[in-house]
Write a protein that binds this ligand. Structure first.
Ligand code: ATP
Ligand code: MG
Length: 473
């Protein structure tokens, strides 16, 4: 029976899962698992499978709980029903003691809401394991490297409430998982990493931008984490919000009539504009954002958007949105020189923080790995290209890279039987996670060679984990 290793990327905006299968002959296969969730199409509302599960929870007026696409796409409609509540972005609230919700006489905190998302994911994973006759060995849930100990503990509590077998559950920092998504074979673990010099993982999701500087030292068979940025809450969702506010100004509607329902619709329009702008500007070879902005202004380039704010406002409105306007309003978030004027709410805050903490300068960074859905946003790509002046490597399927890498990491770690150190970690649940791999080749068999390929070390204390170097061997 093949052994299965599960990676779960419990994201602020999207959740994704992968399973790595380790066969008796030592070969490993890793695939994304489409997650079953409620969706709607022309035929009506039905369950379907999708590689991402939007991290949106709908608490119905009975005891029903739904998660996923339908809840995200129809949050405005659902919110109109008395007794229904829709919750987005709960991951950002995991350390917020004051976040509480009373629904149908039941108390919910951030961990309870997160557990609803994990329960949906786990249901599909269990079905997959059973139908493919796989033996579950380990589950890794990923977290931002900058998560506080409280947020780590709450993530584990959510997993427990969702019914995951906790003796098999570990946490792993997202940047490590992202890097492992590009792991290939024991003979050539990271064919795309040609340097023992520092690389940067830039993971821009919906809720956070996580930046980690690390070195992969094939000779020492270790991933060395130099530094990680602090926890921050500036990412894709903030850009959507900024664009939504711009659209609202353009519509010039009566502000007194703006409700939660129309706000949700505006946010969705904001995200649609963001994606359309990104697609339209592409990745020009010159990579000069100032030049791109001026070019768009000169040629009056615009994207169209349809906005439906019913029932608060009648009629569907269509706007032509000049791309230069959008690039202007996003400058405070994306342009390094605007950091101070935007009180640090800028993608370069975590970048400079990680470099500074690691005592590194941009010139020392030989490769930048891009993970998360934000890696698709071309204005970010241009800014990073200009700053680092080094190869930008968007990971294949950046929105799945973290779950994919976590599953591979789990398989390589063979961490089904937790070491005493990991068990202690789970008991105390207040440690940071740090990872290392070892790539010693075993003489006995290829399976053994894969088995020895990696291991996870749980180091107690976030300071050690963030600045230390770990190796096993
Ligand atoms: N093609 C695209 N162009 C621009 N932005 C995109 C594109 N695709 C996805 N995004 C953005 O990526 C973000 C979601 O990315 P991702 O799924 O990696 O987030 P997450 O993992 O849930 O969040 P976090 O890592 O912060 O917890 C959203 O803000 C979304 O708008
Ligand atoms: Mg993410």
């Amino acid at each position: 029976m093949p052994k299965a290793y599960v990676g779960i990327d419990l994201g602020t905006t999207n959740t994704a899962c992968a399973i790595a299968e380790l066969h008796d002959d030592g070969t490993m296969e890793c695939r994304q698992i489409p997650l079953q969730q409620l969706g709607a199409d022309a035929k009506g509302v039905a369950y379907h499978h999708d590689k991402t599960l939007p991290s949106v929870v709908w608490l119905g007026d009975g005891n029903q709980v739904y998660t996923g696409t339908f809840c995200r796409d129809h949050a405005d409609l659902i919110s109109q029903h008395a007794g229904s509540k829709v919750i987005h972005g709960i991951k950002s609230e995991l350390a917020n003691r004051h976040w509480k919700l009373l629904h149908n006489g039941q108390k919910y905190g951030p961990a309870e809401i997160s557990s609803c998302i994990l329960r949906t994911a786990w249901a599909t994973l269990l079905m997959h394991l059973q139908s493919h006759q796989l033996a579950l060995e380990a589950i890794i849930i990923t977290i931002p490297a900058s998560f506080s100990s409280t947020m780590r503990r709450e993530t584990l509590r959510a997993a427990d409430m969702a019914g995951l077998p906790m003796e098999k559950v570990s946490l792993l920092d997202e940047p490590i998982a992202a890097v492992f998504s590009s792991y290939e074979t024991a003979a050539e673990p990271f064919p795309n990493i040609h340097t023992g010099e520092p690389i940067v993982v830039f993971d821009m999701g919906g809720g956070t931008v996580d930046v980690t500087a690390l070195t992969i030292q094939p000779d020492e068979r270790a991933v060395r984490i130099h530094s990680t940025s602090r926890y921050n809450q500036v990412a894709g969702d903030d850009l959507d919000l900024e664009i939504a506010a711009y659209l609202w100004r353009r519509l010039a509607c009566d502000p007194a009539k703006l409700t939660r329902v129309s706000s949700i619709a505006l946010l969705r329009a904001g995200e649609a504009v963001k994606r359309a702008v990104s697609e339209r500007i592409g990745r020009p070879p010159s990579g000069d954002t100032q030049a791109v902005r001026e070019e768009c202004r000169k040629h009056h380039l615009a994207v169209g958007v349809k906005i439906d704010l019913s029932p608060d406002f009648e009629g569907i409105r269509t706007l032509a949105v000049p791309i230069a306007d959008i690039l202007d309003i996003l400058r405070p978030f994306l342009d390094k020189n605007e950091r101070a004027s935007n009180h640090g709410r800028n993608i370069f805050t975590p970048i400079l923080e990680a470099l500074d903490r690691g005592g590194l300068s941009p010139i020392q960074i030989k490769q930048v790995y891009l993970a998360g859905g934000g890696a698709y946003f071309n204005p970010v790509y241009l800014e990073l290209g200009a700053f680092f002046n080094s190869a930008l490597s968007p990971l294949a399927g950046p929105e799945y890279a973290v779950s994919h890498g976590a599953a591979k990491f789990a398989a390589l770690s063979q961490c089904s039987r937790p070491s005493r150190r990991q068990a202690a970690y789970r008991r105390s649940r207040d440690s940071a996670t740090c990872a290392a791999y070892c790539g010693r080749k075993s003489r006995s068999s290829r399976a053994a060679s894969v088995a020895a390929m990696a291991t996870a070390l749980m180091l107690k204390g976030s300071v050690t984990a963030r600045t230390g170097s770990s190796a096993c061997g």
